[in-house]
Structure formats: structure tokens, C-alpha cells
Design a protein around this ligand. Structure first.
Ligand code: FAD
Length: 341
């Protein structure tokens, strides 16, 4: 076996700081070399070229980066590896340029930085470490009347650090925007190992360059995010969900424009009839095939949500919908309607 002298020295120096939270074990590395796409392969010489490091705070991240800099080795920050393109499953075919460009590297996994340090209902902010999963944050907020609205479909697994680094957004993006709109401040470690704190914890934060927003979407190229101050928002009191199926797109669109007049839907999902046909057959759903719209709208109370659904259903039918299904977020069928999506 050919021993890479540089990676051996990197491993020794990292071990003297992180102890057993450094690994060259092919199984450990293999698990961290894949991403959520199905296009990865694991090179045979993985443990000759890569080291896995799992720091637990900004100071340790700084040490890892300094050691990497000293030996000219790249650092790849990694959250939950759900990114599907050019991401932290950096040794995969999807990121083929990295496998060919990088001779060797340190995979810096943020899994041990996963504390929710503060939830302030007064200031409506949460201060979290990068390894916290988006769903875990919302679970922690369940006792409050606040929530964190950015909802990538991978929220159950996606880390806050990864979501910031990819500028993630989800179905509720039309109303709430993307990660860029919800990060008030950051702590990050730059390529020289220096720790920076940017932004603030208030909505009005206007002095100087907006480094915080520059970091959002930077995909780990400008530094490793080690802490984030996130804005929180009042959870909607109730949600009305409508599914409406039309024979033609024009009628559906006209109905949608009518709904949108004077309000912003939480979610507006359209599925074309041929795609709907495939989905219905694959999932064995008992709903008719057509151009399909699913809408979520906020309401001030359960009663208001039910009233809104009656109006929406009538308007949809008047506009030509030949099938509708409705539910509020208190109903069991609420999630069932969304199975279609
Ligand atoms: C089923 C599925 C559904 C998805 N749905 C959506 C969706 O609806 N919307 C959407 O936007 N995306 C979606 N994605 C893509 C992905 O889940 C998101 O981009 C997610 O936010 C990435 O988070 P992660 O923790 O998995 O990051 P990773 O995949 O680990 O990393 C992503 C990138 O961020 C960098 N990075 C990670 N942590 C840090 C850090 N602490 N500091 C600096 N850089 C860092 C990595 O180096 C990499 O470049 C989906 C993925 C899957 C598999």
C-alpha cells in the first residue's frame, strides 16, 4: 500500500487535537464519501487521500483549517450530505471535478456541532450550531407559537449549516423566501482559520458590508459556518388545503390568479395532467387524472380555515374544476392530499 506522507502528517496533527474524532478508516470515510444522489462511487484509495475530522466547536474548526493550510490540503465541510449537486458527498461522480482536482482532503463533518444554544421568543431568534437539523429546530419550537419557515423537502435530514451554504428553500418559498431571508447573523471560520462574527440578532441590521448574505449560498467556498442566528416567525394559526383538478391548464391558471389576488398562498403546487397520471398510477391513488393544483392558505383560526375552504371549493368548481378535496391542518386527510405531491 502506498502511504501518502502528507495525509499521514495531517492525520497525526489532527489526532493530537481531536483525538478519536479523526479517522482514516475506509468504512468511516466511505460513509462520508457518498451523497444523496445515486451516482457516487467510492474510490479504492480513499483512506490514502482523505481524512475525516469531526470538530466540536469553532476553535477546533479553526485548528483543522490551519493544519490543512500548513500542508496545502483542501477542506470539505459536510453537514448531512443531502445535497444533490456539487456538494459535500465530494468524492462522488456528481462532483467529478472535485475527485479529479483534489489530490487529498479533509472531510470536516459538523455532526458534533448540533446544539440549539438559544431560542428567544422575545427577540424571535434561534441561535444554533451548524449540525442542527431543520426539523429538529422546529420540534424544539413546538412549545412556542413560533416556527422556522424554510422547508426544503429534505428538512428531516438537512443541517442548518448545509441549508445556509446551499441557500436552500422549499415549497413555502413563495411566501417565506429562502434561507437567505432568514439568517440574521453568522459565526464562521475562514480559509486561514480566523473566526468571524457577522450580522446581528435584530431585523434592522444595516451597518457595513452584508457578509452574512454573502455566506448564504457560498457552498463552503468562503469558510465553515459554525453558528447561525436565525429569524423565527409566528406559526400560522390554521391552514386551509385545497386540491382542485381541471381539464385544461387555462382554467386552472385563471382560478389560481383569482386566489392570489390580495394574498400570497403558503404553497401553490401545479402538476401537469400527464405527470399526474403517472403519479396516480404509481401510488395507486383514487383520484381522477387532470391538471392538478394544490394550494395551502393561512387562516386566523380553525373556523376561518373551514370558511375559506368552502369559498375556495366553490370558486374552483365555478372555474371548471371537476374534482376537489379539502382539509384544514387539524384534519387527518391534510397529509393524505399531499401524498399526491
Ligand atoms: C430528497 C431531497 C429533497 C431535497 N429537497 C430540497 C428542496 O426542497 N430545496 C432545496 O433547496 N434543496 C433540497 N434538497 C437538497 C439539499 O437537501 C439541501 O441543499 C440541504 O440544505 C443541504 O443540507 P445538508 O446538511 O445535507 O448539506 P450537505 O449536503 O452536507 O452540504 C451541502 C453544501 O454545503 C456545504 N456545507 C455544509 N455544511 C457547511 C458548513 N457548516 N459551512 C460551510 N459549508 C457547509 C458543503 O460543503 C456542500 O457544498 C433536497 C435533497 C434531497 C435528497
Amino acid at each position: 500500500m502506498v502511504r501518502d506522507k502528507i495525509i499521514e502528517r495531517v492525520f497525526e496533527e489532527l489526532s493530537s487535537i481531536l483525538g478519536r474524532r479523526v479517522s482514516r478508516d475506509p468504512v468511516d470515510l466511505g460513509l462520508h464519501a457518498i451523497d444523496a444522489s445515486s451516482y457516487y462511487f467510492i474510490p479504492k484509495d480513499l483512506s490514502e487521500r482523505y481524512v475525516l475530522a469531526v470538530p466540536k466547536d469553532a476553535e477546533e474548526v479553526s485548528e483543522v483549517i490551519k493544519i490543512a493550510g500548513k500542508h496545502g490540503v483542501s477542506v470539505i465541510p459536510q453537514g448531512s450530505s443531502t445535497d444533490l449537486s456539487m456538494g459535500s458527498g465530494s468524492i462522488s461522480v456528481t462532483t467529478a471535478n472535485q475527485i479529479y482536482m483534489l489530490e487529498r482532503g479533509i472531510i470536516l463533518h459538523t455532526g458534533m456541532m448540533s446544539s440549539i444554544e438559544e431560542i428567544s421568543e422575545t427577540d424571535r431568534v434561534a441561535v444554533v450550531e451548524p449540525g442542527v437539523r431543520i426539523d429538529s429546530l422546529n420540534e424544539a419550537l413546538a412549545e412556542t407559537d413560533l416556527f422556522f419557515p424554510v422547508d426544503p423537502a429534505s428538512a428531516r435530514a438537512a443541517s442548518v449549516g448545509g441549508a445556509i451554504a446551499t441557500g436552500a428553500g422549499g415549497l413555502r418559498g413563495a411566501k417565506y423566501g429562502t434561507m437567505r431571508d432568514w439568517v440574521l447573523g453568522l459565526e464562521f471560520v475562514d480559509g486561514l482559520g480566523r473566526i468571524h462574527r457577522t450580522g446581528c440578532r435584530t431585523v434592522k441590521c444595516r451597518q457595513g458590508y452584508d457578509i452574512t448574505r454573502l455566506m448564504v449560498g457560498s457552498e463552503g467556498t468562503l469558510g465553515v459556518i459554525t453558528k447561525a442566528v436565525l429569524k423565527l416567525w409566528p406559526r400560522p394559526a390554521a391552514i386551509s388545503r385545497l386540491m382542485a383538478v381541471f381539464n385544461d391548464f387555462t382554467s386552472l391558471y385563471r382560478f389560481f390568479l383569482g386566489v392570489r389576488r390580495g394574498r400570497v398562498p403558503l404553497i401553490a403546487e401545479y402538476m401537469e395532467n400527464r405527470v399526474a397520471d403517472k403519479v396516480i398510477r404509481t401510488l395507486g391513488l383514487g383520484i381522477p387524472v387532470g391538471h392538478t393544483l394544490i394550494l395551502d392558505l393561512e387562516a386566523g383560526s380553525e373556523e376561518e380555515a373551514e370558511k375559506l375552504l368552502k369559498t375556495l371549493e366553490k370558486d374552483a368548481k365555478d372555474a371548471g374544476a371537476f374534482y376537489t378535496a379539502t382539509a384544514t391542518d387539524r384534519d387527518r386527510s391534510f397529509e393524505e392530499i399531499y401524498r399526491f405531491r
